[in-house]
Design a protein around this ligand. Structure first.
Ligand SMILES: C[S@@+](CC[C@H](N)C(=O)[O-])C[C@H]1O[C@@H](n2cnc3c(N)ncnc32)[C@H](O)[C@@H]1O
Length: 269
């Protein structure tokens, strides 16, 4: 499964839903509780995970502009859920270019999930400045923060995690990526622009029975670690094989660190 495939996004969505931080979700709901209707723009929407996670926390009448550069994912995101009260509008756009026009003044909130760790410092700067110029609140969920804990531990875990986190800093289409430092960087930028930020962890807590996602994660980590070349491929292969045996024996559990935040400007519109 590739990093943005529909299959991978479907596999991770259940874990994402359980992991989203409830205090941060409450903060989003609280800001809009007196609204009758809301206009949302969801950046890098994938197959629509944020719509499904957030919709029930928002005013009943919703219009979502769902932005992604993958037409297949956009079709999945918009399929089925446009009802009288929740309108879904697909916006095909490469967000690495000029994306500011989708954050226009008809919007009430910008949302995103599993995006910020992919973007560069420069892109983050553009997003935060533009959001601030429009006094727009921003909900950003499930930003990977560099923590990988696997139990039982293995002598190679630390070296693999370091290689994975080094790979996180490589270009994902937006310039050199912020990777594990993205959430901290975004929160401090919003605070510097006068926003108040509610934040909390949204770690995946993956049980021994969740074998499919564990195997996908392990295979993905082995692949990206080998691209970094700090650990010999043979050692990575042996690590992967030990790890797969643990998963197969239902002896393996994982925690993968993420951060959610909701940033609100001093004066909202
Ligand atoms: C990790 S997925 C997250 C998807 C969704 N937000 C979720 O939580 O399931 C990252 C998303 O970013 C989108 N993406 C990556 N690069 C992009 C770009 N340059 N422009 C627009 N979307 C992009 C991918 O197509 C994918 O849907």
């Amino acid at each position: 499964m590739s990093g943005f495939s529909a299959e991978w996004l479907a596999l991770r969505e259940g874990h994402d839903l359980g992991a989203r931080n409830p205090i941060v979700l409450d903060a989003v709901a609280g800001l809009f509780k007196s609204h009758n209707a809301i206009n949302v723009v969801d950046l890098a929407c994938g197959a629509g995970s944020t719509v499904r996670a957030l919709s029930s926390h928002l005013p009943a009448r919703q219009r979502w502009d769902l932005v992604d550069n993958d037409q297949r994912l956009l079709t999945l995101a918009c399929g089925g859920k446009s009802t009288g009260d929740v309108r879904l509008n697909a916006v095909p756009l490469d967000l690495s270019g000029n994306f500011e026009r989708v954050l226009d003044d008809t919007k009430d909130v910008i949302t995103m999930s599993a995006l910020l760790d992919l973007v560069s410092e420069n892109w983050l700067d553009r997003l935060t400045r533009h959001a601030a110029s429009q006094a727009l609140p921003v909900y950003a969920a499930l930003t990977y923060d560099g923590r990988i804990d696997i139990s039982p531990s293995d002598p190679l875990d630390e070296a693999i995690t370091s290689a994975v986190n080094a790979h996180q800093l490589t270009d994902k289409g937006f310039g050199p990526a912020l990777g594990p430092s993205a959430a901290v960087a975004a929160i401090s930028r919003f605070e510097a622009l006068g926003y108040s930020v509610v934040q909390g962890n949204s770690d995946w807590v993956i049980g021994a029975a969740d074998q499919e996602i564990q195997l996908e994660l392990l295979a993905g980590w082995a692949t990206v670690a080998s691209e970094i070349e700090t650990v010999p491929r043979r050692d990575i292969d042996h690590w992967l094989s030990r790890r797969k045996n643990e998963v197969g024996a239902r002896a393996s559990t994982m925690r993968v660190g993420h951060v959610d935040f909701f940033a609100t400007p001093m004066a909202t519109r």
